[in-house]
Design a protein around this ligand. Structure first.
Ligand code: SAH
Length: 358
């Protein structure tokens, strides 16, 4: 029975489910979840990410990591952690840039946090057996400083969705429509005090506001370690830099938007990263965090234009391709403005570009 049919049967028996439960089943159901069974990153697959657009992305993050390590006092051992490493391209490019500073490479103990069995196979093919793999951040041993990188991981962590109704808010749920297909519906919130409605201006009726306990919990976990052991974490994703309303649940298959309720487990499912909530959760847990900058600002400040120029000079036949990649990564109409970068950092550290973290 397909995941869609199993979800329908479950809902027919037990009633509607929240968006986070639906989201998690679609991505991680052991028999049919997208990441469990058929994650397909790349130009010929379902979606493309910044490291797959160009090697420049991972290389510049490598330079950022070397400088961060230097400002940490050049520890002789630290955990270099990537969460959600995809096909391993970002880490591979980061480590190649790391060769510029052999002491950095020698000190780095590489840990990959990954839940997807098929992607672990792709990561091992690219990175060999030097990394250690775990399924959760808390399985990376504490007791050493950490530099953590996660690109497009927050968007895999689900959000609850709340809808403004006449006299308050209701939660968006997934039930069965009259035709027996999955359909969105509403569940009253009652008076429960734990409803995490973000503190927003009054929204017009029908507005959707998202709140992601899972993203905030990850930020807290990371912040807790940074406060205890030192280091910094770079989180990159498409998302909001200030609280705002909007339904950002999106399913992508073969680079096309598809209906999430018809494609359970067959498509990648994402929500926007909620950077204000991530930064707030990190600060509450004792780390410094922020500011939230755009990917365009981040890569430009790290020198992506000079790097593109060097690549184009080395391979004039590829100059046009490099120019297109550069525009894709930093162009305002492309990934440059929609994608944001936030840094969580130990209270005593000032990583490059995030010296103003508070
Ligand atoms: N960072 C990569 C891949 C992004 S796709 C890139 O930029 O190309 C999302 C990645 O996060 C995949 O590796 C996926 O398997 C992983 N992932 C999804 N949910 C996760 C979770 N709950 N914990 C750890 N990794 C997760």
């Amino acid at each position: 029975m397909s995941l869609l049919d199993r979800l329908k049967a479950q809902i027919a028996q037990d009633g509607p489910i929240g968006v986070p439960e639906f989201f998690t089943r679609c991505l991680h159901d052991p028999r049919d979840g997208y990441y469990a069974m058929r994650p397909d990153l790349g130009a010929g697959g379902d979606f493309i990410t910044a490291p797959l657009v160009s090697q420049m992305f991972g290389e510049l993050i490598g330079l950022w990591a070397i400088e961060t390590w230097t400002r940490m006092g050049r520890p002789s051992s630290f955990r270099l952690v990537e969460m959600g490493p995809g096909d391993g391209t970002l880490m591979s490019d980061l480590l190649r840039a790391g060769k510029l500073e052999p002491d950095f490479l020698a000190a780095a103990e590489v840990w990959l946090v990954e839940v997807s069995a098929p992607l672990k196979v792709r990561q091992a093919a690219k990175l060999g057996d030097a990394p250690r793999w775990v399924g959760r951040l808390d399985e990376v041993p504490v007791g050493a400083p950490m530099i953590l990188v996660a690109n497009e991981l927050l968007d895999c962590l689900p959000a609850r969705q709340f809808v403004r109704i006449k006299d308050g808010w209701a939660e968006r749920v997934i039930g069965l429509g009259e035709d027996g297909a999955l359909a969105f519906g509403l569940r009253g919130l009652g008076k429960s005090a734990d409803t995490p409605i973000p503190d927003l201006l009054i929204q017009p009726e029908g507005s959707i506001v998202e709140s992601s306990p899972a993203q905030a919990a990850l930020a807290s976990d990371i912040a807790h370690r940074l406060a205890a052991d030192g280091g910094a974490a770079l989180l990159i994703d498409y998302g909001r830099a200030a609280p705002e309303a909007g339904d950002t649940l999106q399913a992508i298959q073969g680079h096309q938007k598809v209906d999430p309720l018809k494609t359970a487990g067959l498509a990648d499912l994402t929500v926007w990263a909620d950077f204000p909530a991530v930064v707030a959760a990190a600060r509450e847990t004792g780390a410094k965090a922020g500011p939230i900058i755009t990917q365009g600002e981040f890569l430009t400040a790290l020198g992506i234009e000079a790097r593109a120029q060097a690549l184009a000079t080395a391979r004039p036949d590829r100059a046009d391709q490099v120019a297109r990649q550069l525009d894709r990564l930093i162009g305002e109409a492309q990934m440059g403005a929609l994608f944001k970068v936030a840094c969580l950092t130990a209270p005593d550290l000032s990583p490059p570009l995030f010296e103003d973290a508070t």
